[in-house]
Design a protein around this ligand. Sequence first.
Ligand code: ARG
Length: 562
Amino acid sequence: MDYKFYFAKRIADSLDGQLTEQQAYELIETPKYASHGDLAFPCFTLAKTLRKSPVLIAEELAVKMDNPLFEKVEAKGAYVNVFLNKATVSKQVIETVLQQGNHYGDMSLGEGKTIVLDLSSPNIAKPFSMGHLRSTVIGNALANIAEKCGYKAVRINHLGDWGTQFGKLIAAYKRWGNDEKIKENPIKELFNLYVKFHEEAETNEQLENEGRAWFKKLEDGDEEAYRLWQWFRDESLKDFSRIYELLGVSFDSYNGEAFYNDKMERIVHLLEEKGLLSESDGAMVVRLDEKELPPCLIKKSDGATLYATRDLAAALYRYETYQFAKALYVVGHEQSLHFNQVFSVLEKLGFAWAKTMVHVPFGLILKDGKKMSTRKGRVILLEDVLKEVIALAEQNITAKNPNLENKEEIARQVGVGAVIFQDLKNERMNNIEFSLEDMLKFEGETGPYVQYTYARACSILRNAQTAATNNIHGLTDDESWEIVKLLTAFPNVIQKAYEHLDPSLIAKYVIHLAQAFNSYYAHTKILAEDEDLNSRLALVRATTIVLKEGLRLLGIGAPERM
Ligand code: ARG
């Protein structure tokens, strides 16, 4: 199905060992102009090794490229240009997509292997930040993509549910807390307590002591401290669950930092055994001089463990539980040093699997060019932002289609789809601008544009007099050929997205496919009653299958009407 591969094979065979199939494959380009064919092989690299002019090499290769799938092969300058046989190829492609349905593009790359993804991981009793939103959206897409490649994906929400701040929170609660208010609006109230604590602590030294004392109690398993912590955690999770439900994301584990409380001693022991611990101002650290990294702090002078200690314990636990082939940490780039240190310590401990751990960083979400924060000043809650997007999406849909059934759910899919798409269409490391207006547009590179194209294609299929997509023959017009070429590319795009851990490749792909489809729709009487009707409908159906699957990989729904 991957015609590039047939071409690469013919090239490699004709060169007796000068290039491997893989190397030839990597060199093959897609010409800009249709007059240069569908695939092109440049001969410049070979010119050096063969000591011949690239033009001559192209001429010699061109005559050896016979394959029934190639209609014409031409040497043009330093290139071998292949024109695929549109009738044969399009029939083959359309039939394959229809037959495989949403399994089209499935790969066995990861068969029998597990990939563990650390994603989302918000901090309890604090607002869900824009950074956590990105982590959730990117991590979920990567998990979907890995699954498509045959991996078993384990989604872990490493909740920030432990640390000295919970002692402070309890102290603040004991002084100013109001149960009713907390139950009504947990994150907001708990966060207010946290903010008040810090404000008051500036003039009242006693508070810090109280906070420390409560955290000590919490660590020692004090009944009241533990009960309050548990309550804050449960209430926070209720808030977070509503966000996850809106986003359509779920997790295999919510084992957060607290889960590793009783698992850190072991790490400390291992480090001691290997002689990796050293003292620094009363604290225990692992020096990482040889990596030119600052030391990794394992225990504070008062014996308290740290974020890094918990990540070390978590890594070991995850390896022993899942035997992962790969572990991804989808966390903002400001934590690069932290992960670098944690991975380095695991390597020093002699764990071969430390090499399979990857930090997957990403940029910021900006609003009018500035960091969009859910914390500064008044608390903007992500849930409110999502609800606003959904309400706007509903207005847009209603304007287009007032009698739509199930409007609420469709508005959710469109609104949330807009947010997710806006994020994922950018390369991960780029900062992205959060503009409600832009992301909800029905034109341009947006989620709603792709969804709308999908719905349009579905409506064509509904309006067709026949559902028959059998007995098809190939289509050879330019517009359908563009679609066919994109359909053949889908599996390769998925594989590349996995290899580069970059969902934007899929987002860009679905945009191109939607554009190609819309141009086909504008140029073609799809429902005309002629001998090509079945074939055209089959092409439309194949397009819906791949658009829907592409959106699904990104974590976006595809409503059939909107
Ligand atoms: N809770 C952390 C934060 O909000 C992110 C945790 C990322 N995962 C990890 N294993 N450290 O900054």
